[in-house]
Design a protein around this ligand. Sequence first.
Ligand SMILES: NC(=O)c1ccc[n+]([C@@H]2O[C@H](COP(=O)([O-])OP(=O)(O)OC[C@H]3O[C@@H](n4cnc5c(N)ncnc54)[C@H](O)[C@@H]3O)[C@@H](O)[C@H]2O)c1
Length: 316
Amino acid sequence: MGKSIVITGAAGFVGSNLAKRLLDRGHEVRGVDNLSAGTLENVDPRVEFHKADVRTPEIYPLFEKADAVFHLAAKTCLPECVDKPLEAASINVLGTLNVLEAARAANVPKFIFADTSAEYEGIDEFPTREEHIRPIGVYAASKHGGAAFCESYCQLYDMNVTILRYFNVYGPAQDWRRVIPPVMSSFIIRMLQGDQPIIYGTGQKRRDFVYVDDVNDFHLIVLEDQRANGKTFNVGSGINFSVKEVYQLIEDLLRTGLRPVYEPELPGEAEITLADITAAKSLGWEPRVEIMEGLRRSIAYFQSRVLKANVSLPGV
Ligand SMILES: NC(=O)c1ccc[n+]([C@@H]2O[C@H](COP(=O)([O-])OP(=O)(O)OC[C@H]3O[C@@H](n4cnc5c(N)ncnc54)[C@H](O)[C@@H]3O)[C@@H](O)[C@H]2O)c1
């Protein structure tokens, strides 16, 4: 039977993709987002959308009679978190606490929190398991604060909370408007527009990239599977690529002839991320979209939805 589900951050990258998947499955979705980073064009018209800030009391009525909450709203841009740590903490810690309170007040039986692999910044063990974390940067610390409250609510108020530590999620609707967008969308957009892609640092940093549909497959499992309650899961692909390799894969698909330009390293970024996904696999999940296919789909989206160009590119 269809559930009634609240998604915070519903106009953002992962939230908007998740909403579509849930709606296609016959669930009802109430979406909350203050549109500070997300956009209305991301939001499926079937979503009951509310423009609201997760830190305000006006979100409380939206949780009534909900069967589950996916709390994805966050300040996600790392350089902005470094510039404005108080705002990052206000949204990612207090905002999360307010969403937990709204869910508790409405007796929502299931709460799923979008945590981050940035929690592992100071851990040198690869692939990385869920047990040990060492958040260092402002973004990581603020997400950690939110996750810590999720754990408190799980213990104190018997709330069925699941914490998902996403690695580098990529795919359609990934935010490309930021000053420094995430690497995949940044490379694709620039190269489609005929601009050289920008690599910060040497390009040797390795990232575990996971396609958004795979992440949503796991969301659907967690929503139904009681074994996920009270647990934390890595959500990655279990494979990593260097930033330079990602450039080369995109170049292999687009054949633009554009070479990357190098700019100084961005502060506070881990050298390597690589997920141990044994725990997630134990619930029957498996990432299915390999990187070339994920890049093809992302390129197709950015071509048709963002650039609206009818450019025919080799390999895509
Ligand atoms: N995309 C990734 O690779 C990744 C990796 C690790 C963790 N995460 C986590 O997953 C979640 C979703 O990430 P995303 O990539 O979709 O980010 P995103 O920035 O695209 O989406 C976040 C959304 O939250 C909204 N928002 C921000 N502050 C708000 C507030 N005060 N009130 C209401 N809405 C607010 C923004 O407008 C935006 O639409 C975040 O919690 C993020 O920390 C994402």
